[in-house]
Write a protein that binds this ligand. Structure first.
Ligand code: SF4
Length: 484
C-alpha cells in the first residue's frame, strides 16, 4: 500500500540519468471561494516538475489554511482534503528537493505568521548565496525549521522594512542572488516574483470566470482556462488582488538575462511557451540542427521518449531518414514507493522501457536523446537496442556535453558525477557502447532557438551568469546535518 501523505516515504527513482526538474509553482486569485480545486488541477499539470511533494495554501482574506505532504499530487490530496481550504486566494507547489532533503519539514508552501499577517511562500529555483543569508538570519536570532533556502526567503521577507509586501519585496530582492520564481500568499493578495536574470519561467494569465492565475508553465494556465498569458518579466512583481493584476518593477532586469536552456531541452512540457517559443517546436528545431551538425547514414531515427520525440521528428525531417518508435515507455513508473527486488533493480531502465524489435531488427539506428548527464542509462538503452537486432547504433544528443553542475536549482550532480567532465566525446561513445556519438554544439543550439544571447548555458560552458563558489557543496542535503 502507498504511504499516506503524512508518512515519511522512500521513493525509488527510476528516472535515473536525467537532470532533475526543479519545482513547479502556481497561484490563483479568483472571484470564487472554491479556489483550492482549481489549484489542485493546476498542480496536476505541473506534476512533471516535482514528484516528491506537493502542497496548497489558501486564504479567505483573514486566515491561511494549508495542506501539504510527501508524494505525488493525487497522493497528497485525497477526497475531502480540499474541503477545509476555503477562500479565493491560493498558492501551490510541486517539489523535487533541490536544497533540503525530501522530508516533511521541507515541503512547500511555507506559511509563517508575521507581524503583518500570515505569509505563504512557494519557490522554484536556488539562491547561490543561501548559506550567507541563513547565517545572517541565525545571527539575528531567527529560528529555522527547515533545511530549504525557500524558508530563508520567507523569513527575510517577514522581517523586511516597508509599508506593504511589495515594498518589503523591493527591499530584500537585491540581496537574493540566483534563481527565484516565487508565488507569495498574503491575507488579501497573491504576488508573483521573478528574479532579474529570468532563470526560471513564470507566467500570468486571466481566468475565464474572473481573476488571474500564475504558473511555472503556460500549459498549466491553459488547463485552468486562461486563453492568453504573458511572462512575469525578469525583476517584475505582479500583485493579484480584487480581480486586478498590478505590475511593480521591483528591480531592473539584468543586462544579460539567463533563461535556463534546459527548459527547452527537457524540463518543460512540449505545450509550454518559453521565451515566446513553443517548446515542442523548439525541440523539433534542435533535432533539425542536430541532423545538419552530425549527419550519419542510417535506416531509422528513434527517440528516447518522451522529451526527445519532437527532436527525433526534426532529425528525421531534416535528414530524410524515416522516423519511427523504437521504445515504449511506461509513463507511470518514474518514481515508485515500492522498492524493486535486486533482480528487478539489475534490469535498470528495462523496468521503464521496452523495445519494439520489428522497428529496429537488422537496421542502422539513430537514437535521439535529450542529454547524457551521468551516463548511467545510455549504455543500458543501447544494449537493449542491440538485443532487439540493430546492426549499428548512432547516438545523437540535442544539447552540448554537460561539463559543469547547475547552481540554480537543477540537480545534475557534482563534477565527479558528470561523465562529460571526466571523458571526451569519443571516450563517452566507447563507454556507452555506441558506434558513433554526436552532441549539438552551443552555437548550433542557440541557432536552433533563434537566439544570440539571454540564456544560461553554464552547465555546457562552465561560465556562470552569477558568480558561484565552485567549491560549494551543492548536495541538496547540505543543511540537514544542522537540522535533524
Ligand atoms: S546551469 Fe544549465 S540547468 Fe542550470 S540554469 Fe543554467 S542552463 Fe539551466
Amino acid at each position: 500500500m502507498l504511504p499516506s501523505a503524512n508518512e515519511h516515504a522512500i521513493t525509488v527513482d527510476l528516472d535515473l540519468d536525467r537532470p532533475r526538474e526543479e519545482c513547479g509553482v502556481l497561484a490563483i486569485a479568483s472571484t470564487s471561494d472554491d479556489v483550492a480545486r482549481s489549484a489542485f488541477f493546476g498542480l496536476y499539470a505541473l506534476q512533471h516538475r516535482g514528484q516528491e511533494a506537493a502542497g496548497i495554501a489558501v486564504s479567505d482574506g483573514r486566515a491561511v489554511r494549508t495542506h501539504k505532504g510527501v508524494g505525488l499530487v493525487n497522493q497528497v490530496f485525497q477526497p475531502g482534503t480540499l474541503d477545509p481550504l476555503v477562500g479565493g486566494l491560493a498558492i501551490g507547489h510541486t517539489r523535487y528537493s533541490t536544497t533540503g532533503s525530501n522530508s516533511e519539514r521541507n515541503v512547500q508552501p511555507y506559511v509563517v505568521e508575521t507581524i503583518h499577517g500570515p505569509l505563504g511562500v512557494a519557490h522554484n529555483g536556488n539562491l547561490v548565496n543561501a548559506d550567507q543569508l541563513r547565517t545572517k538570519l541565525l545571527e539575528r536570532g531567527a529560528g529555522l525549521q527547515s533545511s530549504s533556502d525557500s524558508e530563508v526567503l520567507a523569513l527575510m521577507l517577514a522581517g523586511a522594512e516597508g509599508a506593504n509586501w511589495e515594498e518589503r519585496l523591493a527591499a530584500v530582492m537585491p540581496s537574493w542572488e540566483g534563481a527565484f520564481s516565487l508565488v507569495i500568499l498574503a491575507a488579501s493578495k497573491v504576488i508573483a516574483v521573478r528574479d532579474p536574470w529570468g532563470f526560471r519561467p513564470l507566467s500570468v494569465g486571466r481566468l475565464p470566470s474572473g481573476g488571474h492565475a500564475v504558473a511555472s508553465e503556460t500549459g498549466a494556465l491553459r488547463t485552468l482556462g486562461c486563453e492568453t498569458s504573458r511572462e512575469v518579466e525578469p525583476g517584475e512583481v505582479v500583485v493579484l488582488q480584487n480581480d486586478i493584476a498590478r505590475s511593480v518593477r521591483a528591480m531592473p532586469p539584468r543586462e544579460q538575462l539567463a533563461r535556463c536552456t534546459f527548459e527547452h531541452i527537457y524540463f518543460s512540457r512540449p505545450d509550454a511557451t518559453w521565451d515566446g517559443l513553443l517548446v515542442h517546436q523548439a525541440r523539433q528545431r534542435l533535432g533539425e540542427e542536430l541532423a545538419r551538425e552530425h549527419p550519419v547514414e542510417a535506416d531509422v531515427v528513434i527517440p528516447v521518449p518522451d522529451s526527445s520525440t519532437p527532436a527525433a521528428i526534426g532529425y528525421g525531417n531534416a535528414s530524410g531518414i524515416p522516423y519511427n518508435e523504437g521504445f515504449v515507455k511506461n509513463r507511470y513508473i518514474g518514481r515508485t514507493f515500492i522498492e524493486p527486488t535486486d533482480d528487478l533493480r539489475r534490469q535498470g531502465v528495462a523496468l521503464k522501457f521496452n523495445t519494439l524489435p520489428t522497428n529496429i531488427d537488422g537496421m542502422r539506428v539513430i537514437v535521439i536523446d535529450d542529454s547524457i548527464v551521468r551516463g548511467t542509462t545510455s549504455s543500458q538503452l543501447i544494449r537493449m537496442i542491440r538485443e532487439a537486432g540493430a546492426r549499428e547504433v548512432h547516438v545523437r544528443i540535442t544539447c552540448p556535453p554537460v561539463i559543469s553542475p547547475c547552481f540554480f536549482g537543477v540537480d545534475m550532480g557534482s563534477y565527479d558525477e558528470l561523465i562529460a567532465h571526466q571523458l571526451e566525446v569519443p571516450e563517452i561513445a566507447d563507454h556507452i557502447g555506441a558506434d558513433s556519438l554526436g552532441f549539438l554544439s552551443v552555437p548550433r543550439m542557440m541557432k536552433a532557438l533563434g537566439r544570440d544571447d539571454g540564456y544560461c548555458n553554464a552547465c555546457f560552458t562552465g561560465e556562470y551568469p552569477v558568480p558561484v563558489q565552485l567549491s560549494l557543496d551543492i548536495s541538496k542535503q547540505r543543511f540537514d546535518g544542522v537540522i535533524q
